[in-house]
Design a protein around this ligand. Structure first.
Ligand SMILES: Nc1nc2c(c(=O)[nH]1)N[C@H]1C(S)=C(S)[C@@H](COP(=O)(O)OP(=O)(O)OC[C@H]3O[C@@H](n4cnc5c(=O)[nH]c(N)nc54)[C@H](O)[C@@H]3O)O[C@H]1N2
Ligand SMILES: Nc1nc2c(c(=O)[nH]1)N[C@H]1C(S)=C(S)[C@@H](COP(=O)(O)OP(=O)(O)OC[C@H]3O[C@@H](n4cnc5c(=O)[nH]c(N)nc54)[C@H](O)[C@@H]3O)O[C@H]1N2
Ligand code: SF4
Ligand SMILES: [Mo]
Length: 720
């Protein structure tokens, strides 16, 4: 007799409920759970692949140590003791900052790793803490911190009630939504159209999302800030501002002055978006009952990522679409990560309290931009990084100028990776510490509930008992934190593992009971771990509700419409606008094409290319190019093409498509599995090439330090 188990999928942000059929310890099937309170049966092709991920023969289960070119098994306590001794020795010799820490994306999908990894990295007392945040959503968090007073007060599109959804630089059909946790986004976007509304996509590529949109508008990569300023300017010019008491008049008039320089005709020239289109979009947006502007990685991974996110917030605020049904709203999750008085709500964020050693880039929330990691390792001097921990990350493929980082990490005195694979990054480690499979541990989505389009709560139980002798991420972190503490105080190290009394589940139980739906919160209903354990399809906590100004974390309970810190960045923007306008005026044409990224439903950043079913079909690691550009360069479909940036060259096949704007080319990230020593038997058969060999650690949103992956200048030529 087979058994049925339920849990949510940890692979992307959508939190789909899954139904597992298990027979004698083997997975028979994984389907969408049609009764799940949030996802209602939705699933994508990656969900069922949790079976093959769990059973992947390349998945590591025991710690290994690199001896020359060989990996040898080692016991947990031997590995953890040696690491603890070496970390303390390096820090005593070279200072705390000599040890760096990088946390990759799946950390956020594993609450044990998130909670205990954070504690561990803070116990290292190093300034050199990094994460995938600074190659992704740093501008969102920074602007939420500056405008609303809390890095996690991210405005979420009220997709189920809006009548006008303006999507800039996001492709939820491929990504399943981001900073907008929304299972079955296709159905929900279609529902907008069915109720007479519109959804409009602004993107240099006619993406899968754009194909089905009410309208798609091409834009020249990296120019969105100018478009958004023209939008704001038009709101002022046409008296379309809907005032609320949420911000000061002073800020409003500053914003008016700043935007005034961005006239529609000049912006048209720079962005490629016709002035009449911008005007019409403004009219449609302001006339709709419930409209929301939303921008994702396409507008945060660019030179003006922070200004883009600021202006997107401004558009929602100025048109009266913040904190109202159908606009941009804030969540009230069962574990409240925002309210400073709640169990988990303390970390409002911080900015620019210190800077990186070599290039002086600013701190955000006790992290530095990962674009400086390589130079912090390569540049001699006091504070030089000599040891690195990575957890759930693959920065060689996912951060800019990956080859430079590779060179850097191959010189480290000590590198330790928490990972389930020997990948392009972890192959350089001295130790790899593999945690249990995701199906062997429990999970509660601390973060994605903060971004969800509806308030819900779900607790995922493990499907399988952990294998004998394996450890969860949190147990490894807890042991190592303790061991380092013992070495620091000259105490003997134990031969057995140091168990932690506090488990992630106990933590969550406390936070749920103390939270808004717990024992005495504003929506008290007895929320607890026990209640969730009895609810295999999750608990629905209702639609997003207005909550301002009470929930604002600013001192005066006002939105800071124009943060002072950001004003300083405005000169850089004006200069860039003038330069762009000038180059459009002169007939002199640059031979460069502008490179952007691309996501595909079957990829997941760098790490699911080892699953055969997801790799079936056409090669997806191609350079997409417009037919006119291809013709001018004599490039034909599937020709090998060399792509050259100022940093490096790579070769990959051409894919000719009129779905990409003329002058723009696109390459997906996460490929480049040809590197020797990568132990991924399927992925290495589909190696592709890494876009991040081409991207530059110097190309940034200088305000936040976020990597600017969009609008990289490249030159193409036929041949490999
Ligand atoms: N299948 C799949 N799903 C994923 C992931 C994955 O790798 N694969 N990754 C997950 C992660 S970590 C994240 S952060 C999210 C990201 O979620 P999304 O932001 O929705 O991801 P993308 O599909 O990369 O969409 C970015 C869009 O921006 C466009 N773009 C690029 N440059 C510019 C520009 O200069 N201006 C404008 N206006 N648009 C631009 C691109 O053409 C692309 O369509 O997806 C998550 N979900
Ligand atoms: N050019 C370009 N570069 C990009 C992007 C882009 O759009 N364009 N997107 C960026 C974005 S949005 C992101 S988020 C980053 C992602 O960048 P990273 O987070 O650095 O890379 P991932 O590919 O997500 O690597 C995840 C690693 O975690 C491991 N892993 C999975 N689950 C677990 C677990 O439970 N525990 C542990 N210990 N390990 C686990 C996997 O084996 C894999 O090695 O890439 C960024 N890089
Ligand atoms: S959409 Fe995301 S959460 Fe849902 S099944 Fe696919 S990968 Fe998993
Ligand atoms: Mo991401």
């Amino acid at each position: 007799m087979s058994e049925i188990h339920f849990r949510t999928c940890p692979l992307c942000e959508a939190m789909c409920g899954l139904r597992f059929e298990i027979d004698e310890g083997r997975i028979i099937s994984i389907r969408g759970d049609s009764e799940n309170a949030f996802s209602r049966g939705h699933i994508c092709p990656k969900g069922p692949e949790l079976k093959n991920l769990h059973e992947d023969p390349d998945r590591l289960k025991r710690p290994i140590k690199r001896v020359g070119d060989q990996w040898v098994p080692v016991s947990w306590t031997e590995a953890l003791s040696d690491i603890a001794r070496r970390v303390v020795e390096i820090q005593q010799r070279s200072g705390h900052d000599a040890v760096a820490f990088y946390a990759g994306n799946p950390t956020v999908h594993n609450y044990g790793s998130m909670l205990f990894g954070d504690r561990f990295s803070k116990a290292l007392k190093t300034k050199n803490r990094f994460s995938a945040t600074s190659v992704d959503q740093l501008p969102h968090q920074l602007l939420s911190y500056l405008m609303f007073g809390h890095q996690l007060m991210i405005p979420i599109p009220d997709i189920d009630h809006t009548n006008y959804f303006l999507i800039i630089g996001g492709n939820p059909f491929a990504s399943n939504g981001s900073l907008m946790t929304v299972p079955d986004v296709k159905k929900r976007l279609k529902a907008i159209q069915e109720r007479g509304g519109r959804y409009v996509v602004i993107d240099p590529r006619r993406t899968e999302t754009a194909e089905h949109a009410s309208e798609h508008v091409f834009i020249r990569p990296g120019t969105d800030a100018f478009l958004l300023l023209a939008f704001v300017n038009t709101l002022f010019q046409k008296n379309l501002i809907r005032k609320t008491g949420l911000y000061t008049e002073n800020d409003l008039s500053t914003l008016k002055t700043l935007a005034a320089e961005f006239a529609l005709d000049r912006v048209e020239k720079v962005t490629g978006v016709p002035a009449s289109t911008i005007e019409r979009l403004v009219d449609e947006f302001t006339q709709a009952k419930g409209a929301v502007c939303y921008g994702r990685v396409g507008v945060s991974m660019q030179a003006f990522g922070s200004i883009c996110q600021w202006l997107i917030n401004c558009i929602n605020i100025l048109t009266g679409n913040i904190d109202v049904r159908g606009g941009a709203m804030f969540t009230l999750p069962a574990v409240d990560m925002v309210d400073p008085n709640s169990a988990m709500g303390g970390a409002r964020g911080s900015f620019n309290r210190y800077r990186s050693r070599v290039r002086a880039l600013p701190e955000f929330s006790e992290e530095l931009p990962v674009s400086v990691l390589a130079e912090e390792i390569l540049t001699p001097g006091e504070g030089q990084v000599r040891a690195l921990f990575t957890t759930a990350g693959n920065p060689v493929l996912s951060t800019p100028n990956g080859r430079q980082l590779e060179k850097a990490i191959s010189q480290l005195e000590l590198m330790v990776s928490f990972d389930i694979y020997v990948n392009e990054t972890t192959r350089h480690a001295h130790y790899i510490l593999p945690p249990t499979s995701t199906l062997e541990h429990d999970h509660y989505d601390l973060i994605f509930n903060v971004f969800a389009v509806r308030n819900t709560a779900y607790y995922s139980r493990p499907i399988f008992e952990p294998e004998e002798g394996s450890l969860h991420d949190y147990e490894i972190f807890a042991d190592l934190t303790k061991r380092i503490e013992l070495v620091r105080s000259n105490k003997a190290l134990p031969d057995n593992l140091v168990k932690t009394r506090m488990t992630p589940a106990a933590f969550i139980d406390h936070a749920l009971k103390a939270g808004p739906y717990g024992e005495s919160g504003p929506r008290a209903m007895g929320m607890s771990l026990e209640l969730l354990q009895k609810s295999p399809h999750g608990v629905d906590l209702g639609p997003l509700e207005p909550c301002l100004p009470a929930r604002l974390c600013t001192d005066d309970k006002k939105i800071r419409l124009v943060p002072d810190e950001l004003l300083a960045d405005f000169d850089r923007l004006k200069k860039s606008f003038q330069a762009a306008a000038l180059s459009q005026d002169t007939s002199e044409q640059d031979a460069s094409l502008l490179l952007i990224g691309r996501r595909h439903l079957r990829n997941n950043n760098s790490w699911m290319h080892n699953l055969p079913k997801l790799m079936a079909g056409k090669n997806r690691c191609t350079v997409m190019i417009h037919p006119d550009d291809a013709q001018a360069l004599g490039i034909h479909e599937e020709d090998a093409v060399t792509v050259e940036s100022d940093v490096a060259t790579i070769t990959l096949p051409a894919e000719i498509s009129d779905g990409i704007m003329k002058g723009v080319v696109s390459i997906p990230h996460g490929f480049g599995h040809h590197r020797p020593g990568t132990a991924l038997n399927v992925a290495t058969k589909f190696p592709g090439a890494s876009i991040n060999d081409l991207t530059s650690d110097r190309q940034l949103d200088e305000f936040s330090g976020n990597a600017a992956f969009s609008a990289i200048k490249v030159r193409l030529s036929r041949g490999g």
